[in-house]
Design a protein around this ligand. Structure first.
Ligand code: UD1
Length: 429
């Protein structure tokens, strides 16, 4: 298994190109199931999760072709991939595939809408909590689906098709909002989703669905209205920039010090995280096509953050921000409200010398003047990258094991950091 070795102490200076968003690419790819025409996605990141979803969609009958495979001159540009679900050959998503990636459960929406039936394995638990699917089931039932749980599978049917309805989510869920929006696009009549997730990836999916002929308004706010249409067509859509990758490198620059330009991204995708970074002492400037992050000389100030659905501070940046706070000049409280078990990085950060105590959903981080390198490992994607961030300033050598977690969500991480002067190396095997 690959590892990443970091020798701490170098400032970051240079430009980091930001890739297309993993969390937008996945639902957009799944939307290809809604039409027999070709959906072309540009700026698709090279990630293990994308490859895995290509395999899962292939199982349902989605063909894919990558444009200009041999002409990739600038790997930061992402790929253009054409997805065509001419015929759906299988409406079952088996356990072996769904258990590898939770987002693949989302095929339930398009399969039900287009084929009027779907049999999708329950995703099971994962390292950051139980992550149930009750909201998906309730939402689809509101659109007229009959749903049973049978031998670990969600078996859904809508004889005669889904029918639009008004549905209020009792809790904000990104995935359930994606699924209900896709399903309602092909339902008869109007659907109104209340308490919808407002994440930019939801708005990006709606933009793509509208380009395919859907009639969706309000995506990006908490009320989404969808006027169902009988069929959708193909379209061409560019995946929006990855706000979590953007925030991760912004935090890395604040941690290591230096002057980094994050290219091809937008500050408006992560205002709350950038605000927290400013309070921590980073200088942040919005550019035409990116963000510049600087921290020269000044220490890191302690900042309290609480994760919340968008536009709040993202749970997917909580671990990275905690890494930054381990070096602040005081005490910071970090509260996790989205997932109940998302503090797995705490004990690994402690191995590097961090002082963190946990009390329920709150981590109290007492800044220390130095971290010291050590071997560490992580149990999920965002936790792994928080250890890389800590390694950038830890004295000596930090080795992050189980790098496959990083490869699920960060494209060419070590290359991007090395280009800015970090001493980071991937060790294979
Ligand atoms: C998405 C993101 C993930 C991010 C998360 C929260 C993708 C591929 N993943 O995950 O990176 O961390 O949003 O911003 O986009 N819940 C229920 N019942 C349900 C569904 C969810 O109780 O049926 C709960 C979850 O356990 C969690 C909360 O709702 O506590 C939010 O989860 P949700 O927004 O659904 O996360 P995902 O869409 O899985």
């Amino acid at each position: 298994m690959d590892r990443i070795r970091i020798r701490g102490g170098n400032a970051l200076n240079g430009t980091i190109p930001i890739s297309g968003a993993k969390n937008a690419a996945l639902p957009l790819m799944i939307a290809s199931l809604l039409t027999d025409d070709t959906l072309t996605l540009e700026n698709v990141p090279h990630l293990a999760d994308v490859e895995q979803l290509i395999r899962i969609l292939g199982n349902h009958g989605v063909d894919y072709a990558v444009s200009g495979k041999r002409l990739v001159q600038d790997p930061s540009q992402g790929r253009t991939i054409h997805f065509t679900a001419r015929t759906i050959v299988d409406t079952t998503a088996p356990y072996e595939l769904v258990s590898k990636m939770r987002a693949s459960f989302w095929v339930i929406g398009p399969l039900l809408a287009r084929m009027h039936k779907a049999r999708v394995s329950l995703p099971g638990g994962c390292a950051i909590g139980t992550r149930p699917v009750d909201l998906f089931i309730d939402g689809l039932r509101a659109l007229g689906a009959d749903i049973d749980i049978d031998q670990g599978y969600v078996v859904a049917e809508a004889k005669g098709g889904l029918v639009g309805a008004r549905y209020r989510f009792p809790k904000v869920s990104v995935g359930a909002t994606h699924v209900l929006m896709m399903a309602a696009s092909l339902a008869k009549g109007e659907t109104v989703i209340e308490n919808a997730a407002r994440e930019p990836e939801v708005a990006d999916l709606a933009t793509c669905l509208n380009a395919m002929g859907a009639r969706i308004s309000g995506a990006g706010t908490s009320t989404i209205t969808i006027e169902g249409v009988p069929a959708l067509s193909g379209a061409r859509h560019r995946v929006l920039p990855d706000r979590i990758e953007t925030g991760t490198y912004a935090i890395a620059a604040a941690m290591a010090g230096g002057d980094v330009t994050l290219a091809g991204t937008r500050a408006s995708l992560l205002d709350s995280a950038l605000d927290a970074l400013r309070q921590a002492g980073a200088e942040i400037t919005e550019l035409n096509d990116g963000i510049r992050v600087r921290r020269n000389g000044a220490g890191i100030s302690p900042v309290d953050v609480t994760t919340d659905p968008f536009p709040g501070f993202p749970t997917d940046l909580q671990a990275q921000f905690m890494a930054l706070m381990t070096r602040s000049g005081g005490v910071s409280n970090i509260t996790e409200t989205i997932f109940e078990n998302r503090f797995m990085h705490v004990q690994e950060l402690a191995r590097l010398g961090a002082k963190i105590s946990l009390s329920g959903q709150v981590a109290r981080v007492e800044g220390v003047p130095r971290l010291a390198g050590a071997p560490v490992m992580a149990t999920d994607l965002r936790a792994s990258v928080s250890l890389v961030i800590a390694g950038l300033v830890a004295e000596g050598e930090t080795t992050v094991n189980r790098v496959y977690h990083l490869d699920r969500g960060f494209e060419r991480l070590e290359e991007k950091l090395v280009a800015c002067g970090a001493d980071v190396e991937r060790i294979s095997g």
